[in-house]
Design a protein around this ligand. Structure first.
Ligand code: SF4
Ligand code: SF4
Length: 119
């Protein structure tokens, strides 16, 4: 008789693959042209730790930049709408990234992207 497997409470984590071919990285390129300091970001997270919006929401500028670089732009519009453009993050960024203009340029680039085809 086969023994029943013991349940230790663990489960397999779903894989998290980034499909760079399917993602739209053109938005990142356009934003980097409009605000070149995007290229200086080292994803340190200092901006996120001081962010005024992060006190009330799950907003993280660091995450926004990572998603932008990966071309995972589907949820970016909703994410950056939480930014209040207060500029606190710009004061603490060790790489002097122009964070406020970065958020503005991301919003602009997302607004200019071609509409997603239905069906
Ligand atoms: S503080 Fe500056 S360098 Fe660090 S993650 Fe934020 S934008 Fe990038
Ligand atoms: S400008 Fe936006 S991202 Fe930067 S601290 Fe203010 S709310 Fe946060």
């Amino acid at each position: 008789m086969q023994k029943k497997a013991i349940n230790f409470g663990y489960s397999i984590t779903p894989d998290r693959q980034i499909d760079f071919d399917a993602n739209d990285r053109g938005i990142c390129k356009r934003v980097a042209l409009a605000e070149p300091s995007l290229n200086l970001c080292i994803s340190c997270g200092t901006c996120a730790s001081t962010c005024s919006a992060a006190i009330f929401t799950d907003f993280s500028l660091r995450q926004v930049i990572l998603l932008l670089r990966r071309g995972e732009t589907q949820d970016l519009e909703k994410a950056i709408s939480k930014c209040m453009l207060c500029g606190k993050c710009q004061l603490v960024c060790p790489r002097n990234v122009n964070t406020r203009n970065l958020v503005i340029q991301i919003s602009k680039a997302l607004g200019e992207r071609p509409p997603v085809r239905q069906g």
